[in-house]
Write a protein that binds this ligand. Structure first.
Ligand SMILES: Cc1ncc(COP(=O)(O)O)c(C=O)c1O
Length: 691
């Protein structure tokens, strides 16, 4: 019979909350809760507490020695891995369950699920937190004695020894050695990863006291963790008590301190998959900006497999902080719990209906309330459709054909015919569009002077990689009005990022029509044309109509996204985060000798990385930067595309530390005799700025 031993590791020392394990919570000490709940797991044969032999831990050992059914082991203060190995040896364990003392709400059923998975699946290691779906604070890991013994024998880095399992699960294998064990996990069908039930900070203690007082009002234990979820739903204020703290803060801080031995990332699977995909998918991607052309092929991921919050993983198991965020679509982050809940809820009701749904008015009313030019709204599936609908509407209402444009507007003929990728666009269509540069009202004026009554529309991105100069947007408004053209702001990028009412609200210049997309659905395919009633009612006359334009999941997602953006002050938070990242990143770049070469600028809502002076060809410089960003765990191209999940201290600290390592490597490459020889794959291809 195989023996499963649970080991609870705990200590009195804690920088942020000293003695937390002996803090009183709802009539019992924190560690008493942890041990009692662990003991209730039926799959456990023995329960041990592993603390240090230091005198500081005496009170903890004294308290636990009075508890029934728990054995105590005291060992090295820092080398927790050695403590685990010793307990496994003494107890004759075949399998070990690791529980940490900062989890007073640890759940017996969750422990048993992990044990069952371990026993049935044949993996060396099973946990519930590599992909998070359970609240932080219900963390459980189960691993084989053999894996533990080998980790104990092989792991050297102090971080690996202090945190016991990274050598076994390999989550940090890009930074620290890993024993290549097989891993598996239990995933809860509903994602509760946004809940923080761990005990690390004074606010956590306040939170746990309130929650457990409520749960244990009429019993001493025996609650199911879903009852705690229900209690939080009944008393939403609870959620805010410790909200400012992110997940796993302690371990991220320790990791930043650890020197680590960076193991090079492998991209083997990505490269294999690319060869396969390229046979059947032209470009091996659906978007230029997501394709291999943008990355150093051979030294970069070419596919992603999962995303959560601000992080993504690739087919080789590498994890990155993602600063592309689906090309600005994910304003809250991957798998935002509120948006996902709205989508799931809508899935239960239906997706593509045979008549309109009231979701359309629900979302339109929200947009009308916030966006200055919006009196009516129509929806679309992507930005290109929205801008093209606006142009058709402008042509229909003015009876004119020409379009004056500035910026990027999507893949349709009227716009893409003005770029160097105009293949397939009829000459007659190309001849109808004229481009004027951003911040250059004189060129637009000259266009109007040459053909005063010919322009149906002036369309531009009101802000983007640069801010408009004072008076520029006002000049656009004045020129369009004077010449009877419809002024369209393409707010596909600025929308729900610069201001809740778009750049038009931020700058106080109101267009006739505006297009929104990207951030409004947090990644779901949805866009919108909004504008003055008098123009928008002509939508009934032109042809703008699509099977999926009113698809319900995207509408539900957009409602949840916009509500959350407003509720959590997301736009202000991202502006502040961006401003901080610009300043701190520039300091990091300067500290590593790149001050004159590259810098972050623009504005907080969209920090842009520019090459100011490349000592090598620009495409080589871009390639070296992207290669080293990727090598150090940042999926970063030419901007920090921010999402709410980036707004956390550990993420910022990890970003700046990764940027520092990348900058040092790039400096080293530039100083080498042959910088091009430092490229570990193919150079990025200079396509024109496609998004
Ligand atoms: C300003 C702007 N307009 C329009 C579009 C086209 O949007 P979509 O790619 O969703 O068709 C984009 C896409 O990047 C954009 O950035």
């Amino acid at each position: 019979m195989s023996k499963t031993v649970a080991i609870v590791q705990a200590r009195m020392g804690s920088k942020r909350l000293p003695g937390k394990v002996l803090a009183e919570i709802a009539g019992r000490l924190a560690i008493g809760h942890t041990l009692a709940r662990a003991r209730a797991a039926t799959g456990i044969d023995a329960l041990w507490l592993a603390c240090s032999a230091a005198a500081a831990d005496d009170p903890l050992a004294d308290y636990v020695s009075g508890q029934e059914g728990v054995e105590i082991f005291r060992g090295d203060e820092e080398d927790v891995l050695a403590r685990f190995a010793a307990v496994a040896e003494q107890s004759g364990a075949d399998a070990v369950v690791r529980i940490t003392g900062d989890c007073p709400m640890i759940d017996p059923e969750v422990i048993d699920l992990a044990i069952a998975k371990f026993q049935s699946g044949g993996a060396d290691y099973v946990s519930n937190h590599l992909i998070r779906s359970y609240p932080d604070g219900l963390d459980v890991e189960v691993f084989s004695r053999a894996a533990l013994d080998r980790a104990h024998a092989e792991a050297r880095d102090p971080f690996l020894r202090q945190h016991v399992t990274p050598y076994i699960h390999g989550r940090l294998k890009d930074r620290l050695p890993w024993g290549k064990f097989s891993t598996d996990q239990i995933v809860n069908p509903i994602d509760f990863s946004h809940l923080r039930w761990t005990l690390d900070e004074p606010e956590d203690l306040a939170f746990l006291r309130r929650l457990l007082a409520r749960l244990l009002a009429d019993r001493s234990d025996g609650y199911h963790w879903m009852e705690a979820v229900a209690a939080m739903t009944a008393e939403p204020d609870l959620f805010w008590i410790n909200r400012k703290h992110g997940l796993n803060e302690g371990s991220v801080r320790d990791l930043a301190k650890s020197k680590g031995v960076a193991a090079p990332r492998s991209f083997e699977r990505s490269n294999q998959l690319f060869a396969r995909a390229a046979e059947v998918v032209p470009l091996a991607a659906q978007t230029f900006s997501k394709s291999h052309q943008q990355w150093v092929r051979g030294a970069s991921p070419l596919f992603l497999t999962a995303g959560k919050g601000c992080r993504v993983s690739d087919p080789d198991g590498n994890v990155y902080i993602d600063y592309l965020q689906g090309l600005m679509a994910n304003v809250l982050g991957y798998g935002d719990p509120d948006v996902d809940a709205a989508i799931r809820n809508q899935i239960e009701r239906g997706m593509s209906f045979s008549l309109a749904t009231t979701l359309e008015a629900d979302l339109a009313e929200r947009m009308v309330a916030d966006i200055p030019c919006a009196e009516m709204v129509r929806f679309a599936k992507n930005g290109s459709d929205a801008t093209s609908a606006a142009i058709r509407l402008a042509r229909a209402t003015t009876g004119r054909d020409r379009v004056a444009l500035c910026g990027y507007h999507g893949w349709h003929d009227w716009y893409i015919g003005t770029t160097s990728r105009d293949l397939g666009v009829p000459t007659a269509v190309r001849a109808l569009s004229d481009v004027f540069p951003f911040n250059d009202a004189d060129t637009l004026k000259a266009l109007f002077e040459r053909a005063p009554d010919a322009y149906a529309a002036v369309i531009l991105e009101p802000a983007g990689v640069r801010a408009p100069e004072p008076g520029f947007l006002e000049a656009m408004r004045e020129l369009a009005s004077r010449h009877g053209a419809v002024l369209v702001f393409d707010e596909i990028v600025t929308g729900y990022r610069m201001h809740i009412g778009g750049a038009q609200a931020y700058y106080g210049v109101t267009p006739d029509l505006a297009c929104f997309g990207k951030a409004m659905g947090n990644g779901m395919p949805i866009a919108a044309v909004v504008g003055r009633r008098e123009l928008m009612t002509r939508m009934e006359d032109i042809f703008f109509s699509g099977t999926y334009a009113g698809e319900a999941l995207s509408l539900a997602a957009a409602i949840a996204t916009i509500d959350k953006i407003k509720r959590e002050g997301v736009i202000d938070r991202l502006w502040r985060l961006g401003e901080r990242l610009i300043a701190d990143s520039n300091a990091v770049l300067a500290a590593h000798g790149l001050a004159d070469q590259v810098s972050f600028s623009n504005a907080g809502w969209w920090p842009r990385l520019t090459i100011d002076q490349a000592p090598v060809e620009t495409d080589l410089m871009v390639s070296l930067l992207r290669q080293e960003f990727v090598a150090n765990g940042l999926l970063l191209a030419s901007s920090y595309n921010l999402c709410l999940a980036h707004d956390s201290e550990p993420v910022v600290a990890e970003t700046l530390a990764a940027l520092a390592r990348a900058a040092a490597a790039v400096r080293d490459h530039l100083d080498a005799a042959d910088p091009a020889g430092r490229l570990r794959g193919e150079r990025v291809q200079p396509t024109f700025a496609v998004r």
